[in-house]
Design a protein around this ligand. Structure first.
Ligand SMILES: Cc1cc2nc3c(=O)[nH]c(=O)nc-3n(C[C@H](O)[C@H](O)[C@H](O)COP(=O)(O)OP(=O)(O)OC[C@H]3O[C@@H](n4cnc5c(N)ncnc54)[C@H](O)[C@@H]3O)c2cc1C
Length: 367
């Protein structure tokens, strides 16, 4: 960032569960892990991003995906009210009665600094969660994503407590010349992932598999997004993401993108720490919220694909190469806030009203 001001929110981190057990008030700088832990200790849960070191509001103001979205909807769908400071320094408490409320759930980084948010919480439905992981060599791309499409995504009817993640990643111990596919399944309410979901992947012939049983608190360590895992460490790397949302897999496109990722990250060793993330979330809770009631435009998309190009800073040439690879992998650029004209206009009108001098336009800007 140049010519801007970065504000550290980390001291604004209280987590206060209401006496009636129906809501929690979270400070604007609170990170996910302390909130998850405080809720869990009280026998409560709500949708929170899957990474322990990201904040509640960073993901939440953009919608916010999480393990429990099949039950409860997005992070933003839990918002009941918030305190926000506008660029002119005025502090306001807003809720569904404000015209800005719609935009705060999807484009909320654009209007001010949220000093606290009050969110819905729920009794923990089941303490049990189960995990299964599989590693495949690259010749299995088609079979893996066919199985994912037919047995996990099920044409948008993926069970609400089943989440699948996969990574294209370079693991030279398994294959020194090509990227490997690592496929994870997480299931809530059970101690072992149902064979209905694991069986089709096992039959393809993975080179390695693991399974685990635990609670909600184990999910981030299983998926490698806990506070001690790589994505939460400051390793001096440049991390660029090129995300796109999809409704389903196209097996040929999966082959093409795997081949490009594998060859490019082997041809340029400086980029071989990169990862291609493919996240498959259930939609029941997300689709229970009417599309037009929030600025989040992708309630029909269960797949989040994101090449994550990781490298040590080395200069402009490598930066350009990394950016080109990310864009080539993504291919089609989707507009961040959807395509619908009424939606674009409403957002712009709110931006002109609440942030006319564009003070909050660094992250995911509307205009
Ligand atoms: C390892 C990892 C895992 C992830 N997993 C998920 C996931 O499971 N689900 C998901 O939805 N996303 C996920 N993400 C993406 C995540 O939503 C974004 O990276 C997000 O920007 C993180 O927000 P932050 O507040 O932690 O980061 P920051 O860089 O601190 O914040 C990002 C931006 O959010 C805005 N912002 C943050 N706090 C406030 C506030 N209080 N008031 C106003 N604006 C604010 C600012 O514009 C800021 O520039 C993941 C990211 C990583 C790195």
């Amino acid at each position: 960032m140049r010519g801007g001001i970065e504000i550290w929110m980390n001291q604004l981190n209280p987590v206060e569960i209401a006496d009636d057990g129906k809501s929690v008030k979270v400070g604007g700088g609170a990170l996910s892990k302390p909130v998850i832990d405080a809720l869990y200790a009280a026998g409560k849960e709500t949708t929170i991003g899957g990474c322990e070191c990201t904040s509640i509001l960073g993901p939440g103001l953009g919608g916010g995906h999480g393990w429990l979205q099949g039950r409860y909807g997005l992070v933003a769908d839990q918002f009941l009210s918030m305190d926000i400071v506008f660029a002119n320094g005025s502090l306001h408490t807003i809720d569904e009665t404000s015209d800005l409320w719609w935009a705060m759930k999807g484009a909320g980084h654009n209007f001010g600094i949220v000093t606290s948010v009050t969110m819905k919480i729920y009794d923990v439905e089941s303490p049990n969660w189960a995990f299964a992981s599989f590693a495949f060599k690259g010749d299995k791309v088609e079979e893996v994503y066919e199985a994912a499409t037919n047995h996990l995504l099920k044409n948008g009817t993926q069970p609400r407590d089943v989440i699948n993640f996969s990574y294209f990643i370079n693991l030279p111990d398994i294959d020194p010349d090509n990227s490997v596919i690592v496929f994870f399944i997480v299931q809530g309410g059970v101690k072992v992932v149902d064979s209905e979901f694991t069986g089709p992947l096992t039959r393809i012939g993975p080179v390695a598999t693991t399974t685990s049983t635990g609670t909600y608190l184990d999910l981030a360590p299983w998926i490698l997004t806990s506070n001690v895992d790589g994505p939460c460490q400051k390793a001096g790397l440049i991390n660029t993401r090129f995300p796109i949302d999809l409704e389903t897999y196209n097996v040929q496109a999966q082959r093409d993108v795997y081949d490009l990722f594998s060859s490019a990250t082997h041809e340029t060793p400086a980029l071989n720490g990169s990862v291609f993330l493919l996240e498959g979330y259930p939609l029941q809770g997300v689709q229970a919220v009417p599309e037009e009631s929030t600025a989040f435009p992708f309630r029909g998309d269960s797949l989040l694909l994101a090449p994550l190009i990781l490298y040590k800073p080395e200069g402009e040439e490598l930066n350009k190469k990394a950016a080109k690879l990310g864009e080539d992998l993504r291919q089609t650029k989707k507009q961040m806030y959807g395509h619908e004209e009424w939606c674009q206009k409403k957002m712009l009108d709110l931006k002109n009203k609440y942030d006319p001098y564009r003070k909050f336009s660094f992250y995911a800007p509307i205009a």
